[in-house]
Design a protein around this ligand. Structure first.
Ligand code: AMP
Ligand code: GLY
Length: 423
């Protein structure tokens, strides 16, 4: 079988390594992949958003199955276009990917179907939004409607900051068309949990829970990033909470998407906040999370390709999805300066002994040598029997990966350890 994976980050590297455990797969192409992924797949210089070129390549190469992981191609209808030429895919069609692509859609879906989330208002007019802020409770949360590279969410700690965010999005078009409509929502408090799930539109099978570390600095300080590290499972996500999420959030979401005529097939990511009133949805993503995937897939005991095909064929209910009873930790090594300006092109050295435990996110090949090419460069991932061991091993792996200006948070997993010790 020839398969292709669309995308080129650490998440795609983790997906590709896991897929390759299936002996039926003879060739994996990555579009575009990256310099590190090139060790595990044939990388083609085709952009993940160039749908016509992706479709053309699938035909030329005789691709048997496609996995579409990033949000942009999903929102652009990459799965629709590939299915049209008869290539089965893992990933939602555009009509379902809207659950991530439009925050207004997601909020209205939750309101209509009684799925717990933060209270909110939608605005298309800047003056109406500013007027609302006059008596909105502070802190308040301002969200651009559309995709904004993970930067379209502002937690405003003052009325002034809230007004500034609204003007930036709606008047100054800071996020382009994505900010023409905005959501202003209630600020929620509590531990955050990421739950990725497989769904074929009929059943939903949650994967092991995880915890992201979004801020750039230790102790959750500094700017928001794409994610500086993850651990799994998330100790806040107890079996009782999992059962409640299934009943109040996961199953109702799948049913709601069906009722809207937008059946969701693929990986549906639930970003949850465990508030005093119970679990609430912070966001949906229509895809695997990054870097959550780097800890979730190494814990998956079952065969990923078998599960993906069952999702495409609507046979998920009869397919085994088992996770190891272990823990994982992923520490991201980033370029100095990320998530703001950073330099690229530094030689990246990964010791042979840890190569299989490093997912490469941002590196290119230059004269056959790896050089850094992105903000997040490498995800150093360990699986162990306990979380403390996984954390220690992930940092030991990070010691074996070198490039000029490499930066990582030193406290990945510490909050989880505190949660465990506090019971
Ligand atoms: P997102 O880019 O949608 O993942 O949001 C970024 C982060 O903003 C989330 O991970 C939360 O930490 C935070 N956030 C989003 N919505 C809320 C909310 N209503 N209350 C508190 N924090 C929020
Ligand atoms: N780590 C969060 C995301 O993938 O959106």
């Amino acid at each position: 079988m020839k398969i292709m994976v669309i995308g080129g980050g650490g998440r795609e590297h983790a997906v590709i390594r896991k897929l390759k455990e299936n002996p039926e797969i003879t060739t994996v192409y990555a579009l575009p992949g990256n310099g590190g992924i090139a060790a595990d797949a044939v990388c083609m210089p085709i952009s993940a958003t160039d749908i016509p070129a992706i479709v053309h390549f699938a035909q030329e190469a005789g691709i048997d199955y496609a996995v579409v992981t990033p949000d942009d191609p999903l929102a652009l209808g990459c799965v629709d276009a590939l299915e049209e030429i008869g290539v089965p895919c893992f990933g939602p069609r555009a009509e379902a990917a809207i659950i991530e692509g439009s925050k207004v859609f997601a909020k209205q879906l939750m309101k209509k179907y009684g799925i717990p989330t933060a209270r909110y208002e939608v605005f298309e007019d800047v003056n109406a939004a500013l007027k609302y802020l006059d008596d909105a409770p502070i802190p308040t949360v301002i969200k651009a409607d559309g995709l904004a590279l993970g930067k379209g969410v502002i937690i405003a700690q003052s009325r002034e900051e809230a007004r500034e965010a609204v003007v930036d999005m709606m008047q100054n078009a800071k996020f382009g068309k994505s900010g023409e409509r905005i959501v202003i929502e209630e600020y929620l408090e509590g531990p955050e949990v990421s739950v990725l799930s497989f769904t074929d539109g009929k059943s939903v099978v949650p994967m092991v829970s995880s915890m992201d570390h979004k801020r750039v600095g230790d102790g959750d300080t500094g700017l928001n990033t794409g994610g500086m590290g993850t651990i799994a499972p998330n100790p806040y996500y107890t079996p009782a909470i999992a059962e409640r999420c299934m009943r109040e959030i996961f199953l109702p979401t799948i049913a709601a998407m069906n009722a809207e005529g937008r059946p969701f097939k693929g990986c549906l990511y639930f970003g949850l906040m465990l508030t005093a009133e119970g679990p609430k949805v912070i966001e949906y993503n229509c895809r695997f999370g990054d870097p959550e995937t780097q800890v979730v897939l190494p814990l998956l005991e079952s065969d990923l390709f078998t599960i993906m095909r069952a999702v495409s064929d609507g046979r998920l209910a009869e397919t085994a999805v088992r996770f190891r009873d272990q823990s994982a930790c992923c520490v991201i090594l980033a370029s100095q300066g990320y998530p703001e300006a950073y330099e690229k092109g530094f030689p990246l050295e990964i010791a042979d002994t840890v190569r299989q435990k490093v997912f490469v996110a941002g590196a290119a090949l230059k004269n056959g040598e790896l050089v850094t090419s992105g903000g997040r460069v490498a995800g150093c991932t360990a699986v162990a029997d306990t979380l403390p061991e996984a954390i220690e091993q992930a940092y030991a792996i990070a010691e074996q990966v070198h490039f000029s200006g490499a930066y990582c948070r030193r406290d990945i997993g510490q909050r989880a350890l505190r949660a465990i010790s506090e019971g």
